[in-house]
Design a protein around this ligand. Structure first.
Ligand SMILES: [Zn+2]
Ligand SMILES: [Zn+2]
Length: 120
């Protein structure tokens, strides 16, 4: 097998059709917004979207630094509800024909993209 690989018969990795590059908006990987407390505007809570360690591995979810979130069994609070709609959720899976280049920006929010190599 080693000899075959060096002979040049094996196609280069770029031609491997079992792997495709997917892109997702960087806001799908990590996103933070400071939200003022309704009872005391001097207090700000940090609402974060990112990888979680309380769910399945490689899962993403919301967290907030307020006491209500930490008491919540459903892992939500009004601060998360208030800002969750502002996060860009663009993913190349939504636009299969979208031509991606390494310098492309997110077509929705024009922010950076996060590239993933996905086996299909
Ligand atoms: Zn909260
Ligand atoms: Zn975006």
């Amino acid at each position: 097998m080693e000899a075959d690989r060096r002979s040049g018969v094996t196609p280069p990795v770029m031609a491997d059709l079992t792997v495709e590059t997917a892109a997702t908006c960087a806001q799908n990987i990590f996103w933070v917004r400071m939200v003022p407390s309704a009872s005391d505007p001097k207090v700000q809570y940090r609402v974060e979207w990112g990888p979680t360690d309380w769910g399945a591995r490689h899962a993403y979810g919301w967290s907030c630094t307020c006491p209500a979130f930490h008491r919540s069994k459903t892992k939500t609070c009004k601060h998360i509800d208030a800002v969750k709609g502002e996060r860009c959720r663009w993913n190349s899976h939504f636009e299969p024909g979208y031509g991606l280049g390494p310098s492309d920006r997110c077509p929705d929010c024009h922010g950076p993209l996060h590239f993933l190599r996905v086996g299909v």
